[in-house]
Design a protein around this ligand. Structure first.
Ligand code: SIN
Length: 331
């Protein structure tokens, strides 16, 4: 009799739990974080840090799954997938948002920032922070900027002056500004996904590409490209994004904790990016597989001069105010 009574009480308690939703909250919120680079990069390490912080602080309530190296989606598909709810977090290069907002084209203008301190200064300004909201109408929310660094050219021939690039094929990210940049050199830009670049270089379908030392090292471009021109001509940074639907759909207290962990992981990745830029450059030098060409002031001035018309070309679309504000962060 007592046993029957205990069973009845237990099943009544279970029903109450189920109805109140307490039992359901045992299912963690899953955040799939997809990116295209290797794990030993600033973005790869930032993603791992975020996963670890969430496991430590919100284990059981939120679970982060990281998919590096285009395992889940290439950058040309990830934002569509995010809007469909197939992935919850990504950090595409700022050059990959063109279909969603023209404003972020700003960051692709050649020779806009003299160093990463200027990038940081602009991104943390009111105008820089406002750009995080530039895709809200499209259903995407920017959660922060993540650094990689300044880009260098790699090529099958030595690029010392702009004329050396004429007639050569270069892979670019899907950005009209980057395409115009190579057209200003009389070179041929080809928009291709990151995951295809190594094969395109290896098979000589393209002559060169532009990237940071971290990507040149981790993707092994330095093993198959005999020359790197240390031009620092453009920026490769990321925006960490989620869909507004997913982000705002999380309970407010959980969202606050997730954002806190994300901010910490981004700060960690940003700190690492400067260090990796130097250490990956050194690993490339030590490999003796490629030659790093540094430019004289006169050679550099020629690159600036050749590419500068791109600014005027995109001024109306991006906005002169924004360009001026970004450029002034160099002071
Ligand atoms: C990345 O760093 O996420 C990829 C950059 C590229 O597509 O070149």
């Amino acid at each position: 009799m007592l046993k029957k009574f205990t069973t009845l009480v237990a099943s009544a308690a279970l029903s109450v739990l189920l109805v109140s939703g307490v039992a359901q909250s045992a299912d963690p919120i899953t955040i799939k974080f997809a990116h295209v680079v290797a794990e030993n990069t600033p973005k790869g390490q930032m993603a791992v840090k975020f996963k670890d912080l969430i496991a430590e602080r919100l284990g059981g309530k939120v679970k982060v799954e990281v998919f590096p190296s285009s395992q889940l989606f290439d950058d040309d598909k990830v934002l569509q997938a995010m809007l469909l709810g197939d992935v919850q977090l990504a950090a595409p290069a700022l050059s990959k948002f063109e279909r969603y907002t023209p404003s972020l084209q700003l960051f692709d203008l050649p020779f806009l920032f003299k160093d990463m301190a200027a990038v940081q200064k602009f991104q943390s300004s009111d105008k820089g922070q406002a750009l995080l909201k530039s895709m809200e109408k499209k259903g995407l929310v920017g959660l922060g900027y993540l650094h990689n660094g300044l880009k260098q050219f790699t090529c099958s021939n030595a690029l010392r002056v702009p004329a050396d690039a004429a007639g050569k094929k270069f892979r670019v990210m899907p950005s009209d500004v980057l395409a115009a940049q190579f057209q200003s050199l009389k070179a041929i830009p080809l928009k291709k996904p990151f995951s295809e670049v190594f094969t395109l270089l290896e098979t000589k379908a393209i002559d060169g590409q532009e990237n940071t030392y971290s990507n040149i090292y981790s993707q092994k471009y330095f093993e198959i490209q005999p020359y790197i021109t240390e031009s620092n001509h453009g920026l490769l940074d990321y925006m960490v994004v989620s869909s507004t639907e997913f982000w705002m759909g999380m309970p407010a207290d959980i969202r606050t904790e997730v954002k806190k962990a994300l901010d910490e992981a981004i700060a960690y990745g940003n700190d690492l990016s400067g260090k990796k830029d130097l250490s990956d450059r050194q690993l490339i030098v030590d490999s003796k597989r490629t030659e790093i060409l540094t430019l004289t002031a006169a050679e550099r001035a020629q690159w600036v001069e050749a590419m500068k018309p791109v600014w005027k070309q995109f001024e109306e679309k991006i906005g002169k105010d924004l360009i001026d504000a970004a450029y002034n962060s160099n002071n």
